[in-house]
Design a binder for this molecule. Sequence first.
Ligand code: ADP
Length: 228
Amino acid sequence: MSDQPALQLRDVSRHYVQAGEPLRILRKVNFEIWPGQSVALIAPSGAGKSTLLHLAGLLEHADGGELFICGAATSHMNDKERTALRRDAIGFVYQFHHLLPEFSALENVMMPQLIRGLAKEEAGRRAAELLEYLGLAHRAGHRPAEMSGGEQQRVAIARAVANAPRLLLADEPTGNLDPKTADHVFDALTQLVRATGLAALVATHNMDLARRMDRRVTLEEGQVVELP
Ligand code: ADP
């Protein structure tokens, strides 16, 4: 299935209205990410990074153009179809992990799989495998409060990929961590992308981390522009 981009934007536009004036954030953007590619999104605050991530995550609608997930056009989908596609094909990692505090690391990673209808045993097996892959086997039974920030964020990454999505969207996933821990979490993320053929779009301010990704893009005057 790698003959289709995991994410493709064709002439996608998005504007907001502020004080009665249109604020044109994305202007006929053309952009794609292929399976196995990691792309860093680096742009100043207010440039439209969250807007792009929300559109790619089917959390917002474009005003115009077409957005494809794994080749499927999304603009004419109803809410139910968008929700199903988001659940099956897209994983999210945020700056703050949003793990459920009452549940263990293992249970947190099982949760999206159970919601999708997987049997408990199967979900548990996959969750344990992912935690082990991310170097967290010894933390499987711990609640978020009993783990370090870097560990919590790695659990959040495991949760995001638990349903084997095709596209991973991350908004400053290491923005809340000290540099060494950020480094470690980032390594875990990029390794996972390469090993699984996922496509990843990661908003970050950290140029060192961005350099380790396959591509770097920025937003300029409503366009996605490739950086060297
Ligand atoms: P970034 O993530 O790069 O900081 P955003 O995508 O959050 O940028 O926002 C881009 C611009 O759009 C900002 O100027 C912001 O104020 C504006 N904006 C974002 N969301 C809305 C909204 N719901 N209504 C009006 N303006 C918005």
